[in-house]
Design a protein around this ligand. Structure first.
Ligand code: EPU
Length: 414
């Protein structure tokens, strides 16, 4: 079935929008419950497709999950390590966290390779190298990965690239490894700090999350815990950009402004007026915008996940904006769609140039991936006439109630 979002653009956005809990935290936190021997309670888990799929996968492992208002109770006491040879595994990237978690807990995992947004090649060699360094043996047969270890033993692991996924997967596998594991050139994203603080509440001994060197002292058991997930910095950034594009006066709440400094300082450079409080960002109506250049980088650099949404706003800026994408060199599929709406963007490997300003007009376009979808929603809000975004299911993978949230601040969207 083709999921469609329709937007009639040029409405002024005004009011307040509250950001949900962080997708890229919760998609690591849910598989990590495999390591627990007691009940884990999570608050304000976002109702997004990726979460629904991960819950189905937890249930396959005989982990019981129940929801009551804003509380998700996860009971892993009856866990069984079954092979995750299920097509759900291939519907998202984060299913790869079951590798680290099941390897850590059972010393054995067999599952399909993960899927996720098509952003060009997304290898997992660094994850696998990390598991091998801990003593695991890996077999790959087509799309099936099987990982075994007689015992996991801590080691010093240097990551050639500060990969978010590899850092988290090694942390998960190392919790029960004998001795001490050090991850050097670890990723520093806030989601890694969130997961490590939850695992530490459960009794893990992880130090240094948020820096480039993380150490994990192995222990033998993790208890349960209660955890509040951090706000989603990419969702926050998306609404802030939407407000800069079409807002009269919009306050985005449940934000940790330090997590999105690279974005807010770029917006200010473009000429957007912002007010930042301890947990909100208020966006005032923007006049003419200046072209700016961005280079995507690991945190705290400019987030690749906000590159596509910001590109929509850049079409409004006066002059040429340059984007250099260093994380996923092929993350430019949104540009074709924006061009169908009247944008003037040249995109090649790792780079795009947005010639502005352009007046966008509504048309039929397609969300090719999650953040492409977010970019097209922003473009649809800016455009004259009706925009029809096909394959909107990509957007629901990561944005809770996006249609309702935008409608509440004045968007004409269904
Ligand atoms: N890489 C390798 N080998 C590996 C792992 C990564 O070469 O073993 C490369 C990748 O190909 C890529 C770069 O390293 O060029 C970054 O990959 P990373 O591992 O950091 O990303 P990820 O864990 O696959 C997570 C988020 C992405 C986000 C990136 C970067 C999740 C589930 N996904 O992906 O989120 O873009 O970090 O911040 O946490 C999104 O939310 O739209 C999204 C794609």
């Amino acid at each position: 079935m083709d999921d469609v979002i329709k937007i009639r653009g040029k409405r002024k956005l005004k009011g307040e929008v509250t950001v949900s809990s962080c997708k890229n935290s919760v998609v690591a936190i849910l598989p990590s419950v495999v390591l627990a021997s007691e009940i884990v309670k999570l608050y304000d888990v976002p109702d997004i497709k990726d979460v629904q799929i991960l819950i189905k996968l937890l249930e396959k492992l005989n982990i019981k999950v129940s929801a009551d208002d804003d509380e998700l109770t996860i009971d892993p006491t009856g866990i069984r390590n079954v092979d995750l040879l299920d097509e759900d595994v291939m519907k998202l990237r984060a299913s790869y966290y079951f590798m680290g978690a099941l390897l850590g807990r059972f010393k054995h995992v067999k599952m399909y390779s993960p899927g996720g947004c098509n952003l060009g090649p997304r290898p997992i060699d660094l994850h696998l190298k990390g598991f091998e360094a801990l003593g695991a043996k890996i077999r790959q047969d087509g799309n099936i990965i099987e990982i075994d270890a007689e015992e996991l033993t801590g080691d010093d692991i240097y990551l050639d690239f500060a990969s978010v996924g590899a850092t988290i997967n090694i942390m998960l596998a190392a919790c029960f490894a004998r001795g001490r594991t050090t991850i050097e050139n670890a990723a520093k994203e806030p989601e890694i700090i969130d997961l490590s603080s939850m695992l530490n509440k459960m009794g893990a001994q992880i130090r240094g999350a948020g820096t480039s060197e993380i150490t994990i002292n192995g222990i033998s058991r993790l208890k349960g815990c209660i955890h509040d997930i951090i706000p989603d910095r990419i969702e926050a950034g998306t609404y802030i950009i939407a407000a800069a594009a079409c807002g009269e006066d919009v306050t985005v709440r449940n934000v940790i402004p330090q997590h999105i400094e690279a974005l807010t300082s770029k917006l200010e450079e473009m000429g957007v007026k912002l007010e930042q409080g301890s947990d909100y960002v208020r966006v005032f109506e923007a006049g003419k915008l200046k072209a700016v250049d961005i280079i995507t980088q690991p945190f705290p650099g400019f987030a690749t996940d906000l590159q596509q949404p910001l590109t929509a706003l850049m079409t409004r800026a006066e002059g040429d904006s340059h984007v250099e994408e260093t994380i996923y060199v092929d993350r430019f599929r949104h540009c074709n769609e924006l061009n169908l709406m009247g944008a003037n963007i040249e995109a090649g490997s790792g780079k795009s140039v947005i010639h502005g300003p352009c007046e966008l007009h509504g048309t039929d376009i397609s969300a090719t991936d999650l953040r492409c979808g977010a970019s097209l929603v922003i473009a649809g809000l800016m455009a004259e006439g009706e925009t029809i975004i096909h394959n909107a299911y990509h957007i629901y993978r990561g944005y809770e109630s996006i249609v309702e949230k935008l409608r509440a601040i004045g968007a004409d969207i269904e």
